[in-house]
Design a protein. Sequence first.
Length: 292
Amino acid sequence: VVTVCYSTGKLQTVAEKEVKGAVYSMVEFNGKLLASINSTVRLYEWTAEKELRTECNHYNNIIYRVLAATSDPVTPQPHNPTTPQIARDFNPNWMSAVEILDDDNFLGAENAFNLFVCQKDSAATTDEERQHLQEVGVFHLGEFVNVFCHGSLVMQNLGESSSPTQGSVLFGTVNGMIGLVTSLSEGWYSLLMDLQNRLNKVIKSVGKIEHTTWLAWCSLTRLTWRSFHTERKTEPAAGFVDGDLIESFLDLGRTKMQEVVSGLQIDDGSGMKREATVDEVIKIVEELTRIH
């Protein structure tokens, strides 16, 4: 680990710290340096002698991508040689990126091109339950994500937007793709999932291959394209809405739009359900397109 200082237009080496392993990521943490090195999370203190001194460690992670926030599920304690673990995901994943959504929800990406969300149950009645991160969302993106960051690509004007989304996390992939993950309320998630399922039945891809299926050349078996798929397991996609598919609604002709919307139920504002019109769905989808 090399510490440098920028001065008079040049980078000058201030200190070096030899570590036994590969440094996967580093972040500033409460005025100190938090680094993931091989299977270890290590916290360094910058001393008055301009040296990096190891303050505490956390071991036994296959690959640990440091979470750049104070609500990290592994919380370093000052003057403690080991780091107490608050919670963990017991599923073995080779992580490529991770980000905190809020105090209890964490977004991850792994090397099989999947995204997933883990949730910490702070209201659990036992310590064992509180220490277990539950997977509440899985999704096959089809791209290798190597960075997450909170932010947006557009200016947000809350006074003009009725978008049902809350917060946004940008991600970048090794192929140069930039994408966005945002949170939905339960009601809006149910509505958009219904719309997504309807679009699946109407929109045919190139070659008339169903959107929900993918021919896996490695095993010649039909798998769900958006399913969370690794060498160990395959799980149906859950907890995610495919924004690209939702936005394709705007490319349909009026007749196809009506076919998709027919029977779609939306909240009328009083808690009651009624059938949506094509114009209402167009407005909803257009609002979603404006968040990126």
